[in-house]
Design a protein around this ligand. Structure first.
Ligand code: NDP
Length: 402
């Protein structure tokens, strides 16, 4: 039996709370977030005596330490915003609690996300005998586990990795983001970046795109983006020659985004407005729909997976592993859309891996450094079944290799 504290009561927090409540292994759950009313609303929906709530401003580690000391959980699942990552890691170190998150740290004042800040905690977690699991949502998260699984069972060397992320859902709104708008827009307005031959190559934002076929969905225009798991996979997967990340956007989405950018609404520096300083992107977040509110009318599927090519027994091999997830099925099960669901379920699976001792070791880890087998064994039963396709034509043909 284990106790879990969840920080963040947004779309993902709702899924994590519901799925944790359904696990007999979690005897007590504390859901804490800045706006306690959102925790209480989720708790009413879950309706489990195991779940209680608390108000928490996680920017100050002392607040979190006080809650952790009082509740004494085995693990903290961070599904607040990337801005809180370091403060929550500090708090876990001080209170002696394992840590897991789904997105890497990003300083509020610069739109830049990278693992360096969190990897710098390696020694302190080792010395404290605590485990920190970074990026355990779907992407990052399952995409790293898929890659580790491919390397363990299908390849001697992985050379080419293309992570493909399609949301073919329709929420009926002209423009909305599927997770926190501020974080999402900061991510996709950055320069594109991919890894090739030991170096990082940069391209202007959203400048490279192509149609890619997705199972049960068909072809969708997909844009080359920088995504955080590329950084850790380039470090942790030996022999990788190229790693890229592709995400689908509709033409309407791209047009809205270009207009918002052109008029300055995606700026993250403060501007003076009627004697007050406001950050345009934060104001934009306030007027856009809450991602969780999209769930009720969302239809269609997401499809996220990894196209991999490399060598097995000296022969070229192709492999594709993916999950498709249906928005309205998620809503029926947990009152969430598929983006929140595909993030929240892997976070719960990762937390179970840690409390069961299967992924527990002192230090800071990305998911691909851990054994993928027990994680993938549990992922399907918890709601995200996955499919493997071996040596079939790939959208990334022909690549090599003589
Ligand atoms: P939401 O914006 O819906 O929820 C974020 C929650 O964090 C809100 O409840 C918010 O509180 C709370 N919060 C913000 N600041 C603080 C603070 N200082 N202290 C305590 N709580 C705080 O986001 P999502 O649920 O959509 O996303 C959650 C996380 O999941 C994000 O980090 C996102 O980047 C990540 N993610 C990861 C994905 C993956 O596949 N790896 C995919 C999608 C998302 P309040 O309600 O008061 O604002």
């Amino acid at each position: 039996m284990a106790k879990v504290m969840i920080v963040g009561a947004g779309g993902v927090g709702n899924v994590v709370a519901r799925k944790c409540a359904a696990q007999p292994e979690f005897s007590e759950i504390l859901l804490a977030s800045r706006t306690v009313a959102k925790c209480d609303q989720i708790a009413r929906g879950v309706g489990s005596p195991k779940l209680r709530t608390a108000a928490l401003d996680a920017d100050n580690p002392a607040n979190t330490v006080a809650l952790l000391r009082d509740f004494q959980p085995d693990i903290l699942i961070n599904v607040a915003l990337p801005y809180q990552d370091l403060a929550l890691m500090e708090a876990c170190l001080e209170a002696g609690v394992h840590y897991l998150d789904t997105a890497n740290y990003e300083p509020p004042e610069v739109a830049k996300f990278e693992y360096s800040w969190q990897w710098a905690y390696q020694e302190r977690f080792q010395q404290a005998g605590l485990t920190a699991i970074l990026g355990c949502g779907f992407d990052p998260g399952v995409t790293g586990v898929f890659t580790a699984y491919a390397l363990k069972h299908h390849f001697d060397e992985i050379h080419y990795l293309d992570i493909v992320d399609c949301n073919a859902g329709n929420h009926g709104q002209s423009f909305a983001t599927n997770f926190n708008p501020e974080i999402n827009i900061r991510e996709i307005t950055q320069k594109g970046r991919y890894y090739e031959d030991g170096a990082w190559r940069e391209i202007p934002p959203l400048s490279v795109h192509r149609p890619i076929p997705y199972p049960e969905i068909g072809e969708r225009e997909s844009y080359l983006l920088y995504h955080e798991e590329l950084e850790s996979l380039a470090k942790n997967i030996p022999g990788l020659k190229r790693a890229r990340f592709w995400m689908t956007f509709s033409e309407a989405y791209i047009t809205h985004l270009r207009v918002l950018e052109a008029v300055g609404m995606t700026r993250i520096d403060p501007v003076e407005y009627q004697g007050q300083k406001i950050v345009p992107l934060q104001f934009l977040k306030a007027v856009l729909p809450e991602p969780a509110s999209l769930a009720e009318n969302y239809s269609g599927q997401t499809s996220i997976g990894c196209h991999i090519q490399g060598l097995k027994d000296g022969q070229p091999k192709k492999y594709y592993i993916y999950n498709n997830c249906d928005h309205s099925a998620c809503y029926q099960e947990v009152g969430a859309q598929a983006i929140s669901y595909t993030t929240g379920v892997p976070a719960v699976v990762g937390a179970l891996m840690v409390v069961r001792g299967l992924w527990q070791a002192p230090g800071v880890f990305n998911v691909e450094e851990k054994d993928p087998d027990p994680f993938l064994e549990l992922l399907g039963p918890l709601g995200l079944p996955w499919v493997e396709v071996v040596d079939q034509p790939s959208p990334f043909d022909p690549i090599e290799e003589g």
